[in-house]
Design a protein around this ligand. Structure first.
Ligand SMILES: [Cu+2]
Length: 159
């Protein structure tokens, strides 16, 4: 009986070791993909009026990796707004309109995607409360292949 327990124990240990090494592999692989040098700069949100129901976030995503990537969508915590959308500007009959970019945006290798005032922007829809200067929140950028970047956003005065 003692012998049996010992064997069982050894078997158990090796299963744990196997599981651990599998984990390690997965982790390293993930790390390998993540270090593809995609950076986010100049991230900020415009402070809003007291009764504003929408807000805008601006940032630029620099793809210094060797692969094309695609930004599919964005999201924020429901305590900030009920929805976050990728918006683009288009001209129609000399009027500037905005619409949701439902397919997201491609960012080819070595290029960057800029969300700037007067251009592409990230729209926060149904704000829980107005965005006040100095506040911070987190915006999640959701890329293809389930890659998510969580970006700290600082609220700054409208200019
Ligand atoms: Cu918009």
């Amino acid at each position: 009986m003692f012998q049996f327990n010992k064997i069982l124990f050894a078997f158990f240990i090796s299963v744990i070791l196997l599981a651990n090494s599998a984990n390690l592999c997965a982790h390293e692989h993930e790390h390998e993909q993540a270090k593809g040098k995609v950076t986010v700069e100049n991230a900020w949100a415009r402070a809003t009026f007291a009764l504003a129901k929408t807000g805008a976030v601006y940032l630029s995503i620099d793809n210094q990796s060797k692969n094309d990537i695609k930004l599919l969508s964005v999201s924020v915590d429901p305590s900030v707004a009920s929805d976050a959308q990728l918006h683009e500007i288009l001209m129609q009959d000399e009027m500037m309109l905005m619409r949701e970019a439902e397919d997201g945006f491609e960012i080819s290798a070595g290029s960057s995607l800029e969300f700037l005032t007067g251009g592409k922007h990230i729209m926060l829809v149904d704000l829980e409360k107005p965005l006040s200067r100095g506040e911070n929140f987190v915006l999640s950028l959701i890329f293809e292949k389930n890659k998510v970047m969580r970006v700290p956003i600082e609220v700054k005065d409208a200019r």
